[in-house]
Structures are given as structure tokens and as C-alpha cells.
Design a protein around this ligand. Sequence first.
Ligand SMILES: Nc1nc2c(ncn2[C@@H]2O[C@H](COP(=O)(O)OP(=O)(O)OP(=O)(O)O)[C@@H](O)[C@H]2O)c(=O)[nH]1
Length: 215
Amino acid sequence: MSAQLSPSSKARPRGAARVGIGGPVGSGKTALLEQLIPRFIARGTDIAVITNDLVTAEDAERVRRSGLIAPERVLAVETGACPHTAIREDPTLNLAAADELDRAYPGLELILIESGGDNLASSFSLDLVDYWLFVIDVAGGDDIPRKRGLGVLQSDLLVINKVDLAPHVNVNLDRMVREAHEVRAGRATLLTNCARGDGVDAVVERIAQEVLFDR
Ligand SMILES: Nc1nc2c(ncn2[C@@H]2O[C@H](COP(=O)(O)OP(=O)(O)OP(=O)(O)O)[C@@H](O)[C@H]2O)c(=O)[nH]1
């Protein structure tokens, strides 16, 4: 596919599409990233990654060490105390990192930007991303969709992760999904087990269709 067909190309004629991955602390954002990277590489998508951490580059180091992607294609943004500032109010650091990747890799098609772990109200600026995922997990409780956090309501794709844990934490998955559909006004919701990779192909497919326009 050509990145010139992506929505991002309208704003940035030669740039890669930019996809945000946000969500509460520990919901599985990095685990999802680690499942997405090999799938996009296998389908021939030219990708790079930006991770956001509070005061370290821990997530970036984890992804670099994983061997899933060339380490130089993974940039770290250190956000300080407020992870959401760097993806919403003032995304300057992330924009600079994404521009740097665009310059370094002229054929780049997709940049995955993982936010630091935050709360249910976090969201991405559309100046930074073309599309964003919000990752919650069943261990946080099946009432999360009912709490109507901004991430749950407004993300382009809601990912409910750790479905394998549902029986162990007394979560009624059917009800959780139903309530997610109710509050999201038709926006997509997908279920994953990022420890095993279950459900991740559907996430890739969704991004390919909606961001890369590549079926
Ligand atoms: N059982 C189970 N564990 C998972 C799943 N996905 C992630 N985990 C585990 O959950 C923990 C947190 O996962 P991470 O990927 O580090 O979560 P994160 O959202 O990136 O965390 P922060 O960056 O600290 O906000 C790790 O111990 C993962 O192994 C899943 O689907 N099922």
C-alpha cells in the first residue's frame, strides 16, 4: 500500500500514518504493541514505534530488546508527571519524535505511539494521531465502560484486554462488551488476550482498513 492514501497524508503529504495506543496503567499497552509489531512487519507494513514513559525509557528499552523490530526504529519520549499532557495538551515531544522517524525512514507507513499509563480520562490530540486505540483490561472491573471515561467513549477502537482473566476476577464479559457498545455510539470494540495474541489479528485488520486503507 502507499502511505499517500492514508488520512495522515492529507496533513503530512510524505508522512506515515500515526496511531495512538492509550489506556490505564498495566492494561497491556506494551503487550499489545509487542503483538502488533510482528503482524504489521509480516504483512509488509513499514513501521516504527514511539513509547511514552514518565521518567524512564523503560517501555522503549523493552521493545528494543524484544528483537521484534530494529531498535533504531523505537524512540522514547519522557513525559514527566503527566502522561496525557504529552499526547493531548502539548504533544510537541511526540510530534518531534514522529517527524524524526518520518525523516529517517522515507518509506515509513505507520508509526505506533504508546502513551504512558494514565487514567480513564486520557485521550489523544488529533494533531498528533490519525486514529487511536484505548486499552482497558477485565481485571480493572466490568464496570469500566459504565464509568464513561473519555478514552472509552471517544477512542476509535476500544480494546478489552486480558479476557483470559475474566473468570478469575468475576467479570461478566458479555455485559462488559454490551455496555461498551452502548456508550460508544457505534465505535468498534475488540477483545484480546495479548499474553497469547488472541484477537490481535482483528486489531491489525481494523487499523489496516481504517488507517492504511488496505484490505
Ligand atoms: N493474563 C494476561 N496478562 C496480560 C495480558 N496482557 C498483558 N498482560 C500482563 O499484564 C501486565 C501489564 O502489561 P503491560 O503490557 O506492561 O501493560 P502496560 O499497559 O504497557 O503498562 P504501563 O506501561 O505500565 O502502563 C504484564 O505483566 C503483562 O504480561 C493478557 O491478555 N492476559
